[in-house]
Design a protein around this ligand. Structure first.
Ligand code: UT7
Length: 352
């Protein structure tokens, strides 16, 4: 049986460290509030006009390609997950291809729009392509340049203190040992609460999914359906919105559920997990999941304290760091899990 494995991994975070105290300069917040509610002490912000989700992703990709011991021209497919793309379209996949200078081979590039669970969705797609024999070296990148699109006023503090910039990347190949590699991936979604963690504008919705006014359209507007309206500017309706408590409540339920689902399908138990890498949404969520599953501290990797929530990048950054630290060893059972906007969620089990 062909399995796919992570043959190379790398990550990159921008140099600029933004401590909680710096955010206190822009909005009414406090280091104490942020640490108590989220565990975050600092995050990284990219350099405006010089770095983008694509360029951060490219740095991580170069590291992953080197770690896999292949040449960049051997990459035969690109998958890019982000919620902070350089452009609304085209996606970051083609921009990354150009940034890496691998346009000659004209390989395919796919963009994934699954926010916090984007990396796991991407991993699952890559896994199927490798298992089917369609591609040999898939480059999967999760990258975010959140700092370009957050509301750094008191109005946006519920969202903006949480997010940070960064990127992680992996190279997927077929495993020579059929006991090792990706054992399973589980993907789920439920669109009921789509707008509860979302960046609504600009978009083609024209107010269709909710109250027109709330979404930036005047009731009698002759322009219903236009991409950007004056009201969107007036009410600053182009920043992300999050119903934090609703997301929190769903996350602490769905994380354990999807982890146990993956374990059960492989005849494994929580005690078999060597390392759980949860999407770094909030330290309190990770701690809740850890407690629910009865895992010890050394079985769970958290680095949100240093980087904040880097959405699609958080899992590959944490996995890459864990490998550097020596906490990912040959034969270990690694579990990845994520929950976020959509809502979408998923898990992956990897025998390293
Ligand atoms: O990765 C994407 C998925 N996202 C998540 O998983 C996030 C899940 N949710 C959370 O992490 C938490 O809900 C938050 C950290 C976002 C918020 O924590 P919370 O304990 O749910 O706080 P809250 O939203 O209920 O707000 C409590 C209070 C409010 O003030 P009042 O109404 O009690 O006077 C907020 O206005 O805290 C206030 N507040 C802040 N105060 C200082 C909200 N943001 C801030 C802030 N600094 N940054």
């Amino acid at each position: 049986m062909i399995r796919s494995r992570i043959a190379g991994i790398g990550h990159f975070v921008p140099e600029r460290v933004v401590k909680n105290a710096e955010l206190e300069m822009y909005m009414e917040t406090s280091d104490e509030w942020i640490q108590e509610r989220t565990g975050i002490k600092e995050r990284r912000f990219g350099e405006r006009h010089k770095q983008t989700s694509t360029t951060l992703g490219a740095k991580a990709a170069i590291a992953a390609i080197a770690d896999a011991g292949i040449e960049k021209d051997e990459v035969d497919f690109i998958i890019f997950a982000t919620l902070s793309p350089d452009y609304y379209f085209p996606g970051c996949g083609v921009l990354l291809q150009r940034e890496l200078g691998i346009t000659k081979t004209e390989i395919g590039a796919l963009d994934i729009r699954n926010q916090c669970s984007g990396f796991i969705y991407g991993l699952s797609v890559a896994d199927q392509f490798i298992k089917s024999g369609m591609y040999k070296n898939i480059l999967l990148v999760g990258a975010e340049m959140h700092s370009m699109g957050l509301d750094f006023t008191t109005r946006g503090r519920g969202v903006s203190v949480i997010f940070g910039d960064g990127a992680g990347a992996v190279i997927l190949q077929a495993s020579k040992d059929d006991e090792k590699g990706i054992l399973t991936t589980k993907l789920h979604s439920n669109g009921t609460h789509a707008e509860e963690l979302a960046l609504i504008n600009p978009g083609s919705h024209g107010g269709y999914h909710g109250e027109k006014e709330k979404y930036g359209f005047k009731e009698d507007s002759p322009f219903g359906g236009v991409f950007v309206t004056e009201k969107m500017y007036e009410d600053a309706l182009f920043y992300p919105y999050m119903n934090g408590q609703l997301v929190f409540k769903n996350a602490v339920r769905k994380f354990p559920e999807v982890i146990v689902e993956a374990l059960t399908s492989e005849g494994l138990r929580t005690t078999d997990i060597d390392l759980l890498i949860p999407h770094q949404a909030n330290l309190r969520i990770s701690q809740f999941v850890q407690k629910t599953l009865g895992l010890e501290d050394h079985q769970v990797k958290n680095n949100i304290q240093k980087y904040g929530n880097t959405t699609a990048a958080s899992i590959p950054i944490a996995l890459s760091e864990a490998k550097e630290e020596g906490s990912v060893k040959d034969g270990d059972l690694i579990c990845l899990a994520a929950f976020g906007s959509g809502f979408t969620w998923g898990s992956a089990l990897i025998r390293w």
